[in-house]
Unconditional design. Structure first.
Length: 255
């Protein structure tokens, strides 16, 4: 079931989304060679606590997970696509880092992700990250009243495939509102003109993921959470919580 949000609901979701944006900005500022994933998690926790917000990530345990997620952010490094558990491993110069964060505030959720390079960036990584953001921008651009979920999926997939990158099989965005994961699902590839029609008041977490090697295969690491590329190539992830409105898409997790 898809809940259509009122304009008041959207304003409340914007408050949650702003907390997410602030947490991600603080994490990105902290990230540097020598910093650990656990330190980045602590930075995000401080932002959430200061805002009086909770975390939809901490303690989250879907059916497939062997243990509850132990942090408020996912920190996925290099060949990790998503769901990376923050560790004591120190970031190295040139690492590609994707950080996913959520917040719960006033009964509403926000969810967003960023990718960036720590220290000196490889040109190939810069192109990969830029493509993830271009795909996100394309997906947001298609998230308009009168379009369908398939239009959003097609816009994302066209950018990713056009750049020669893989799209992790089975992963995509989702509806969001009172909970972090709600209907409908938002694939990162699809056929235009198909799927659920978009209406004013729907809210989607749009999140393209790209694999540098061009393949779509991935596997779950021993921690039961981290999803890694099978070919060992690097991955990037970008995400925003976006409201569908009569005035066009509204990004609720922008800083």
């Amino acid at each position: 079931m898809v809940e259509i949000k009122t304009d008041e609901n959207l304003r409340a979701m914007r408050d949650a989304g702003r907390v997410v944006a602030e947490a991600l900005a603080a994490v990105r500022k902290k990230a540097a060679p020598g910093v650990t994933g656990r330190e980045l998690d602590r930075v995000a926790r401080e932002v959430l606590t200061a805002a009086g917000a909770g975390s939809p990530f901490l303690g989250y345990r879907p059916d497939w997970a062997p243990v509850p997620f132990p942090a408020v952010v996912c920190v996925s490094v290099n060949d990790a696509i998503v769901h990376g558990i923050p560790e004591d491993r120190r970031l190295a110069d040139g690492d590609l880092v994707s950080v996913d964060c959520g917040a719960l505030l006033g009964g509403w959720a926000g969810d967003s992700a960023v990718s960036f390079t720590v220290g000196r960036a490889r040109p190939a990584d810069t192109r990969l990250i830029d493509t993830a953001y271009a795909a996100l921008e394309a997906g947001i651009g298609a998230a308009v009243v009168g379009n369908r979920i398939g239009d959003v999926a097609h816009a994302i997939g066209r950018v990713c495939r056009g750049a020669g990158y893989g799209i992790p099989d089975g992963f995509g965005g989702h509806g969001i509102g009172r909970a972090m994961h709600e209907d409908p699902g938002v694939p990162n590839e699809g056929r235009p003109g198909r799927g659920m029609p978009l209406r004013h008041g729907m809210v989607l977490a749009i999140e393209p993921m790209v694999i540098a090697g061009g393949g779509d295969d991935h596997y779950t690491a021993r921690d039961g959470w981290t999803m890694r590329t099978v070919d060992g190539s690097r991955a990037a992830h970008a995400e925003h919580t976006v409201a569908i409105t009569d005035d066009g898409p509204r990004i609720l997790t922008a800083l």
